[in-house]
Unconditional design. Structure first.
Lengths: 315, 231
């Protein structure tokens, strides 16, 4: 029982972190048709920026400054990079962001080196918030949940209650029509791209010390964020949210489940020896298949529901 | 008001418009007729900058060719596309709101006008626009563009696929638009409405203007009708 509750909370923390990254990516992808490979790289930059800022002036300023820096990086990428390659089509844009991944990673390695950064949870938040069944729930995870819930509320209010949100929603389905009605769509694109990168930066600030701040962190996070976006469906923040939480849960629960599919089959009379190939696969504990599960789910949803969970349109 | 000279446009490799010349005067209703695929819609898109135009598109003395669509719209031209492009997840009212160029900035048209003209839209203003019938969506598209208070409106095939009664409604709305001093460039395939409300007509064929004249001229010219319009 305690494992379930602790894993549920951890899954929620990780899922919300995923959503902070994936929400920006899904908005960018749906509006501009650009699958931004460098999104997780901006997330990594957020963590490094936060480390530097918190070293000199503290964690709280870092919480504001690092996302703003990431938003500025995003705006620069959009205005001076993507907009120029845009007329060469989506493949050119894809290759461009793919190249950015390496540029950002190498730059980070040149500036900060290959070793993990000593970016730690601030002392003020480094205490157990409460204890359930003998397991401590760190206050910092509570703080992460709080920040991500705040961000969720802010995005929702911005999209549903403001005029720029209305224009963004319109541009999700018919960007040309929004433009023909007199709205400056390129400016909206830049705003969304910068906003998405800012969110990724914020996720980097609160995720960098929860996970590990190192130059390979983007490689680890990038693929899983894509899975979330594809699984949730294009143009749907709701689908993206559900997919994030689901992936967060799957990844945390799989680690603690020691049973294998074979163990489940045994009580109903199907026993497989581990000598056959199928038997071997079925006796692998869940904990070891865990990291694979999100990708399996993505393959299945693409086969049976190509638009994703709640997607409103094709790619 | 609008002067188009030697307008060319391409979709990729294919040359669609081969030097179109066309004028719309202040307060005029002008129809652009022709069969499918002769370049009528492309002419509208080229004016709006949705397809890159080559040649000259002057509006009230200002060159529009090369401008972004939102700048064309901001200079006073409204566009109602053939495929309607309503925002399906937004409500009827939100669709109309997006037509406004600035929040709360109304010109000749406001919400009450739209709702008085089309009580159906009033009853459904908080409904997602995606569930409206084809006719209601057509009215919504036209009203959405009107909310931005254009001085010239390009309307692409507003009666396509509509029942006769709804075609009448579209005709009434066109009359109301003209009454408020808005010039209209109407793209149509059906002759009935065009002959009734236009002051001048153009007929297009193969990416060129093949006829220009009054409705009477066209009515008397059986040759042009047979060659370029009738199926």
């Amino acid at each position: 029982m305690e494992i379930v509750i602790v894993s549920l909370l951890n899954g929620l923390v990780y899922g919300m972190l995923l959503f902070m990254l994936a929400s920006g990516l899904t908005l960018i992808f749906s509006m501009m048709g650009v699958l931004n490979f460098a999104h997780a790289s901006v997330w990594m930059l957020g963590a490094y920026f936060a480390y530097e800022v918190s070293r000199f002036i503290g964690f709280l300023p870092a919480l504001i400054i690092a996302p703003l820096l990431c938003a500025a990086v995003g705006a620069a990428i959009e205005v001076w990079g993507l907009r120029r390659v845009h007329h060469n089509g989506h493949v050119a844009e894809l290759l461009f962001t793919f190249g950015l991944v390496f540029i950002i990673q190498r730059s980070v390695q040149m500036i900060w080196g290959m070793l993990p950064m000593p970016y730690r949870v601030p002392a003020a938040l480094d205490f157990p918030l409460f204890t359930i069944y003998g397991a401590n729930f760190p206050a910092y995870r509570g703080f992460m949940l709080f920040i991500s819930a705040l961000m969720l509320l802010a995005i929702w209010l911005m999209l549903k209650k403001t005029r720029i949100g209305l224009i963004i929603q319109g541009a999700l389905t018919h960007p040309n029509m929004v433009s023909s009605l007199g709205h400056n769509v390129p400016l909206v694109f830049t705003t969304v791209f910068a906003g998405g990168c800012g969110l990724a930066g914020l996720a980097g600030v609160i995720g960098g010390n929860y996970l590990v701040t190192e130059s390979s962190m983007a490689d680890a996070m990038g693929p899983i964020v894509f899975v979330v976006v594809v699984f949730g469906g294009l143009g749907s923040l709701g689908g993206c949210f559900i997919a994030s939480i689901l992936m967060g849960m799957i990844q945390t629960f799989a680690v603690v489940i020691d049973a294998s599919i074979g163990d489940v089959l045994k009580p109903i009379g199907i026993a497989l020896s581990s000598e056959t190939l199928l038997g071997e696969i079925l006796t692998v504990p869940m904990a070891r298949i865990g990291p694979l599960l999100p990708y399996l789910l993505m393959v299945f949803i693409l086969l049976f529901r190509p638009r994703g969970l709640m997607g409103t349109r094709d790619t | 008001m609008l002067e188009i000279r030697d307008l060319h446009a391409y979709y990729g490799q294919s040359h669609i418009l081969h030097g179109v010349d066309l004028d719309v005067q202040e307060g005029e209703i002008v129809s652009l007729l022709g069969r499918n695929g002769v370049g009528r819609s492309t002419t509208c898109k080229a004016i709006m900058g949705l397809v890159p135009p080559q040649g000259s598109v002057r509006y009230r003395g200002k060159e529009l060719a090369g401008l972004r669509s939102d700048m064309v719209a901001q200079s006073g031209i409204g566009y109602v596309p053939e495929d309607r492009q309503i925002f399906p997840t937004l409500t009827v009212r939100q669709n109309l709101e997006l037509g406004l160029k600035k929040a709360g900035k109304f010109g000749r048209w406001n919400f009450e006008d739209v709702y008085r003209l089309f009580p159906n839209l009033a009853n459904r203003q908080n409904t997602a626009a995606g569930v409206l019938s084809g006719g209601e969506q057509q009215m919504l598209t036209m009203c959405r563009t009107l909310m931005g208070d254009p001085d010239l409106i390009l309307i692409d095939e507003p009666t396509e696929g509509l029942a006769p009664k709804l075609v009448e409604q579209v005709g009434d709305l066109l009359g109301e638009i003209a009454k408020r001093g808005v010039s209209i460039l109407l793209v149509e395939q059906k002759l009935t409405i065009a002959l009734r409300i236009s002051r001048r007509l153009y007929v297009m064929g193969h990416g060129r203007i093949v006829f220009e004249g009054t409705p009477d001229d066209l009515a008397n010219n059986a040759g042009i009708r047979q060659e370029w319009l009738e199926v």
